[in-house]
Design a protein around this ligand. Structure first.
Ligand SMILES: [Zn+2]
Length: 115
């Protein structure tokens, strides 16, 4: 069921209603403030200043090291797990790019033939 509330702009709210209620979370009195507080809390807990400074990675070994640091930071609640997920994704892209670069070098060497 859709939320029954009317937005400030005068239209119907498009968010789904909370189960067993007529309104969405944002239009349930007190809930918006609670969500705001949670967001604020998350931002406070995951302050980037609490993170270990890292240089740009240059090797698969660097990525392995950074993923280990990331694991520790998530586990100790110093890093937002969602940010950690995106770091892991970027790390994977980086590793793929390294792999492609290495293959290109090896192919170029093979194409050049014996010296
Ligand atoms: Zn609503």
């Amino acid at each position: 069921m859709k939320c029954q509330a009317i937005t400030r702009a005068g239209g119907k709210c498009v968010r789904p209603a909370v189960k067993g209620a007529k309104r969405c979370l944002l239009h349930t009195p007190g809930c918006a403030a609670q969500i705001g507080r949670k967001g604020g809390l998350r931002r406070r807990v995951f302050n980037p200043e609490n993170l270990a400074p890292l240089e740009a990675p240059a090797s698969a070994e660097d990525i392995a090291k950074y993923m280990a640091v990331t694991l520790v930071e998530v586990r100790s609640a110093r890093l937002d797990p969602r940010l950690a997920n995106s770091l892991a994704q970027i790390g994977m892209v980086f590793l793929k790019a390294l792999e492609h670069g290495n293959l290109e070098k090896r192919i170029a060497a093979l194409e050049k033939g014996p010296a």
